[in-house]
Ligand binder design. Structure first.
Ligand code: HEM
Length: 311
């Protein structure tokens, strides 16, 4: 089996941070004198969105990176923004100066994920969602899924035999299947194909221009999102009828005391798939790459896992 280790550059651009404060920074006269990273902002409002979408986004980012380095400014999807792609810059934003930054998303992404998703919320509602998500992923809760996750991993490996693959794509399929299992438990088998079909159309529009007219990517994605929400509503109502207790994420969201609406549940399920999938697939891809390149480390990891199994 040959493995292709290259993650598309678009995915490896570590984080895109679009900040309201940055917007103000761009606007205020005083701040115009402040140093900003190199780069260009393009046309008013439209910025460089057309350049981004008139070609493969990887090419857009690669040419910017080549020209301006790992930190550069641009203007896409209606927001002035700074793109970062180096570990040092990510550490600066996420660790050393995290108090100066606030995560926000382009308006199109907010509509795709759903405005009541955890990423767009604050205060008590945010704290409640965080608690509900966390309690579905503590070791005690995921214990019962381990053997099913192992089956998914084995099936995935088997399906790779003799094929030339793009590792990141395969890892995305794997993480999607694990995400569905963690969210819907055993119910996922019944709905897997429909959920997959809708989610895959939805995610194609995540970074699309928010033009909602028939035929646009955004329009197709919004339709898929609507269908996804209908499937979720069906699963929720079936569960309500059976009155059974579930220890998966949907079970956590539906916990009686928490009182989330169907819409809030749908927004957050789509949100968690979005949060968990590409991130984890990317980490897995890097792990495979480095284990493939370092047989000694692979051997040490294999031995320590075997020892764990024998314990
Ligand atoms: C290696 C994989 C992952 C990486 C690198 C990653 C990275 C991140 C980052 C940078 C944030 C923003 C943090 C902040 O706002 O301060 C975040 C938020 C979040 N992630 Fe992950 N994540 C990963 C895996 C997952 C998984 C598997 C889940 C599924 C449960 C998940 C669920 C979430 C949620 C729900 C949030 C929003 C948290 C909040 O607003 O309070 N992530 N993640």
């Amino acid at each position: 089996m040959a493995l292709y280790f290259m993650i598309p550059l678009f995915a490896s651009i570590f984080f895109i941070f679009l900040f309201n404060s940055l917007l103000n920074l761009f606007k205020s006269k005083k701040s115009r004198d402040l140093p900003l990273p190199p780069g260009t902002l393009g046309w008013p409002y439209i910025g460089e969105t057309f350049q981004l979408y008139s070609q493969n986004p990887n090419v857009f980012f690669a040419s910017k990176q080549k020209r301006y380095g790992s930190i550069f400014k641009t203007h896409i999807l209606g927001c002035p923004c700074v793109m970062i792609s180096s570990p040092e810059a990510a550490k600066f934003v996420l660790v050393t100066k995290s108090h100066l930054f606030k995560p926000t998303f382009p308006a199109s992404k907010e509509r795709m994920l759903g405005k009541q998703a955890i990423f767009f919320s604050q205060g008590q509602y945010h704290a409640k969602l965080r608690k509900l998500v966390l309690r579905a992923f503590v070791p005690e809760a995921i214990k019962s899924f381990v053997s099913n996750i192992e089956s998914i991993a084995k099936d995935s490996l088997q399906s790779l035999e003799g094929r030339l693959i793009t590792t990141f794509q395969e890892m995305k399929t794997y993480t999607f299947n694990v995400a569905l299992l963690s969210i819907f438990g055993e119910d996922e088998v019944k709905y897997r194909e429909d959920l997959k079909r809708c989610y895959y159309i939805l995610e194609k529009g995540y970074n699309s221009m928010p033009i909602n007219i028939p035929g646009t990517l955004f329009n197709k994605s919004m339709k898929a999102r609507k269908e996804l929400a209908q499937i979720l509503a069906k699963i929720i109502s079936t569960r309500r009828e059976t009155k059974q207790e579930y220890n998966d994420l949907l079970g956590s969201f539906m916990g009686d005391k928490e009182g989330l609406t169907d819409e809030q549940i749908a927004d957050n399920i789509i949100g968690v798939i979005f949060a968990a999938r590409d991130t984890t697939a990317s980490v897995l891809t890097w792990i495979i790459k480095y284990l493939g390149e370092n047989p000694n480390v692979l051997q040490a990891v294999t031995v320590s896992l075997l020892l764990l199994l024998w314990d």
